[in-house]
Design a protein around this ligand. Structure first.
Ligand code: ADE
Ligand code: ZN
Length: 334
């Protein structure tokens, strides 16, 4: 989608982005040439990114993740992700990494992979001036015991790596709601981690209530909040940030038509709305595209786009001083 200079120059934070979902088929081909097993050609790599519904999308996400093997792979995909973020005028990102998939499907240690990610993050911060935090994501349908391993690893590594800012649950909420994770969320909070959860993407508003009730500070998608006026009031009153991912919802079929998407309604109802890309390589849409879509598909004015960018900074887990500095830059952009 064609971007305006205003959108590109607008300092933006991206708060709902999966590292594995930023990996392009071209990069998978490159990685597979160095990894054990038969190398992939581009057609084979592209075939992994095909899906027709939400379950198929989760399988595609897993298939892509399965091709990330070594610390060097994680370092490379992190570097490429941050380069792309910088090109879009993104100044800060909070990135989910599917630690749950590594533990459950691959049965391997996460630390060496994380050290690769950290090398790229530190270099990108120094060279590109962009800050990146990590959110360790568990796969909810693998259950609380698997999630415990993910969250405890985040708590264990955080003192040494303050870039680990929080935890979350992704995966299939039609199979598991938020309640089974209540104690683990309390434990993570006590360890100084911030709490997020995918909620109301494929399941109804009861799952959003569930996520709020276990302490989630930010909600991934929250598409179905629109069905519950009481919940809408609560979200507006408490300013609980919603991480809206329009193209993701359309491509996975969670939202059938753009006309049905509640982005405009949430914004007009005073919710703390942020725009995000979720898995840009799987949805062929990055954050800049999402801002363009808000303008063209939902009639957001430049001033309203500025407000969305300010929301993304306010709803981030950045320290107050950096928030203030970025908010000033957003306000003064001409
Ligand atoms: N993992 C990656 N993207 C996801 C999404 N949109 N919902 C649930 N789990 C995911
Ligand atoms: Zn997501």
């Amino acid at each position: 989608m064609e971007s305006s200079s205003f959108i590109r120059r607008l300092p933006k934070a991206e708060l709902h982005l999966h590292l594995e979902g930023t990996v392009t088929p071209e990069t998978l081909v490159e990685l597979s040439a160095c990894n054990p097993g038969p190398p992939l050609d581009l057609a084979q790599a592209r075939a992994l990114y095909q899906y027709t519904d939400f379950t198929g999308f989760l399988m595609a996400f897993k298939a892509v993740t399965a091709h990330l093997r070594s610390p060097e792979d994680y370092e490379l995909v992190t570097w490429r992700m941050i380069e792309r973020l910088a090109r879009q005028g993104i100044v800060h990102a909070e990135v989910y990494v599917s630690v749950g998939v590594v533990y459950y499907w691959r049965r391997c240690e996460f630390e060496p992979l994380f050290f690769g990610m950290e090398r790229a993050r530190a270099r990108a911060e120094a060279e590109l001036g962009i800050s990146v935090f990590w959110i360790f994501d568990a796969v909810r349908h693998f259950g609380p015991e698997e999630a415990a391993r993910v969250f405890r690893k985040a708590a264990e590594l955080r003192p040494q790596f303050p870039s680990i800012v929080g935890i979350g649950i992704g995966g299939d909420e039609r199979r598991v709601g938020a309640e089974p994770f209540r104690e683990l969320y309390a434990e993570a909070r006590d360890a100084g981690l911030r709490l997020t959860a995918h909620a109301g993407e494929t399941a109804g508003p009861e799952n959003i209530w569930g996520a709020i009730n276990i302490g989630a500070e930010r909600l991934g998608h929250a598409l179905t909040a629109a069905l519950d006026p009481e919940l809408m009031d609560l979200l507006a009153e408490r300013q609980i940030a919603v991480e809206i991912c329009v193209t993701s919802n359309l491509r996975t079929g969670c939202c059938a038509r753009i006309e049905d998407h509640p982005l405009r309604r949430y914004f007009d109802s005073g919710l703390m709305v942020t725009l995000n890309s979720d898995d840009p390589a799987l949805f062929q849409s990055d954050l800049e595209d999402e801002y363009c879509l808000a303008r063209k598909g939902f009639a957001f004015t430049e001033e309203q786009l500025r407000e969305l960018a300010a929301n993304s900074v306010e709803a981030s887990f950045l320290p107050a001083e950096r928030k203030v500095m970025l908010l000033r830059r957003i306000e003064s952009l001409e």
